[in-house]
Structure formats: C-alpha cells, structure tokens
Design a protein around this ligand. Structure first.
Ligand SMILES: *Cc1c(COP(=O)(O)O)cnc(C)c1O
Length: 327
C-alpha cells in the first residue's frame, strides 16, 4: 500500500487493493461478462469501442458484483440475521439474488412504481419486498428504521466501500481483456460504478480518461464536480430509472473528484436511439440507464473519435412492454 492508500483507508475510502480482494470473493459467483465490438458503431463514431456487457451479468446488471462482494465480506453473525437494501431496482435484485446464493435472508425496500419486472424478479429471488413512494418518502430513513427494528445489515446501493470495490471489478476485467484504453465511459447514478471503475483504471490503465454520464434531467454529478462539493437535486424524472439519484455519495464523490475527467449528460431520446442500435445491430437488450455511456459516445458528447474507448453497458433489465413503448 502507498502512503496515499493509507490516508484513503483512514477515511473509509476503498482502493484498488479492495477491488482486487473483491475479484477473489466474487470469483465463480459473478459472471465474467463478454466484451463486444461493432464495426458499425466504430464507423459511426470514428473510434474503436469496446462494450463491456453487464447486461449479461447475473440478475441482469453490474450491481450483482457489489452485492456479492458486500455480502461475502459480512461476519457469520451478520449473515445469519440477514441483509436489507433500498433500491429503485437493480441493486434490490442483485442483493436478493446474491443473498439467496449465499444462504442469507434479504428484505428489500422498493419504490411502488418500480418496473413490474424488477419487483417480480426481486420477490422471485426469495426476498421480502416492502414498497414506498419514491417522490414523497425518504427511503434512506425508512431503510434505517427497518434495519434497526429487525437487526439487519443495511447494504446501500453505492456509498459503501465493498459496493464500490465490487463494481470496480467490471472495468478491471475489461482492461485485462483489451489492454489499456484512452477513455472509459460509465453510466453514473450515485457513482459506485464510476468510482470503482476509476480505481481500476488508475491501476491498470493510468492514462485512461474516465467519463461519467448522467441523464440530462438529473445532472447533480456534473454540478457537484463543478462546485467541488456534493450538490443535491430533486429526484429527477428520466427513462434512465437506474440513475434517478439526487446526489453522489460521501465515499463516491472524493474518488470521482480525484480521478474522473468529466461528467456529462445525455437526453432521454439519445438513450432510446442507443437502445434501438443495440437491439437491431448487435442483438443486445440494454436498459435505458445501461445506454448512458454508449449514447454519450454515439452523440459525440464525449469526444471519442480516433480513440480506443471502453463503454460499460451497465444493465439489461427492461420488460418487453416498456421496451416496445419506447419506439
Ligand atoms: C445502478 C445503475 C447505474 C448507476 O450506478 P451507480 O453506482 O449508482 O452510479 C447505472 N446503470 C444501471 C443499469 C444501474 O442499475
């Protein structure tokens, strides 16, 4: 460990050593997802794009990585009491499934208007689901009360060292597979995936620029980077339902501030165009949030021309009825 790593550890911040430990913990539980390329996408952008396909991850999104790592890191007593999570969807499914695979009971707090497929899948993994109103109720407070009353360990969706470290394993696999990159473009909500990816890039591809991409309607991350402090916004409305966060985390923000080149936004219609491209040209089902990074590359929002660029397709959980309605 370097001196800087020691300082960061004292603040509770994860380092690449934690990403490496996560890789060992999730080995054989999480999938090593494929990296795909498309001549058409390269021709369209003038770049060489490498898509890391987390839509093929277990439970349908990268969140399974962090969930697996956080649960595997718990003590035996904590595992016996069980875990709780609050989430707009993919984190809930990930915790439910990772808990089930590790024999740990799970209670999940989900917004009542979460996609039907996500609610059903979470119940299907054997978790107890409790619903709340995402526009009027404070899910964090609800989650804390629930965890306290039942003695459960609350695992937050992004602001947790084991979650960030677990999410960083996707980018670590990508660099291992394709070598150093000029840029890595990452969908950004609370910043767990972006912070973890940045830790991997710093170690495995130190010259790689990192871009986080948010929905245009919820640019709190961009505002925070500009202001140099965490900016909180009202819960945004966008089809990118996995990125409807109102602020970055106390752990994710300092990592993002130190390592991320820029945070940019794309409008919802660019997400729909990217979804169409993946379905028609690459035969991939990618959910709207999963298209944030790709849409930024396709629209030239991130200047990718002439570069070797990693793009994380962060998830594929969209039910076909909603999918069809976008077109
Ligand atoms: C949660 C999620 C994100 C955002 O991840 P953060 O770690 O909150 O930044 C992006 N894409 C998908 C598919 C997600 O489920």
């Amino acid at each position: 460990m370097t001196a800087a790593d020691h300082v960061n550890h004292a603040r509770g911040l994860p380092s690449f050593a934690d990403v490496d430990a996560a890789r060992q913990r999730i080995l054989g539980i999480a999938h090593r997802t494929p990296v795909m390329t498309s001549r058409t996408a390269n021709a369209l952008t003038g770049a060489h794009l490498f898509f890391k396909c987390e839509n093929f991850q277990r439970a349908g999104a990268f969140k399974f990585r962090g969930a697996c790592n956080a649960i595997a890191a718990l003590s035996d007593e904590a595992r016996a009491r069980g875990v709780a999570a609050f989430s707009s969807g993919n984190h809930a499914q990930a915790i439910a499934y990772a808990a089930k695979l590790q024999g740990v009971p799970a209670t999940i707090l989900m917004p009542a208007d979460a996609p039907a497929m996500k609610l059903a899948a979470t119940r299907g993994y054997g978790a107890e689901v409790i619903t709340y109103d995402r526009y009027t109720e404070d899910r964090e407070a609800l989650g804390r009360v629930l965890a306290e009353e039942r003695g459960l360990t609350l695992i937050p969706p992004f602001d947790h060292a084991d979650i960030i470290a677990g999410q960083g394993t996707a980018a670590a696999e990508l660099f291992e597979e394709v070598g150093p990159l000029d840029m890595l473009i990452v969908p950004l909500g609370g910043g767990g995936l972006t912070a973890g990816s940045a830790l991997s890039a710093e170690k495995l591809s130190p010259d790689c620029e990192i871009y986080g991409v948010e929905p245009e309607a919820g640019d709190d991350g961009r505002q925070s980077l500009k202001a140099g402090e965490i900016v909180t916004i009202a819960v945004p409305r966008s089809i990118a339902d996995g990125a409807l966060t109102s602020r970055l985390g106390h752990l994710t923000f300092p990592i993002i501030r130190r390592l991320v080149t820029d945070i940019l936004t794309v409008p919802d219609d660019a997400l729909v165009e990217a979804m169409r491209f993946f379905a028609e040209r690459m035969k991939l089902v990618v959910e709207p949030t999963g298209c944030l990074g790709a849409a930024a590359a396709f629209t030239g929002t991130v200047p990718v021309a002439g570069k070797r660029v990693g793009v994380i397709l962060s998830g594929g959980n969209v039910d076909m009825a909603s999918f069809a309605r976008f077109f």
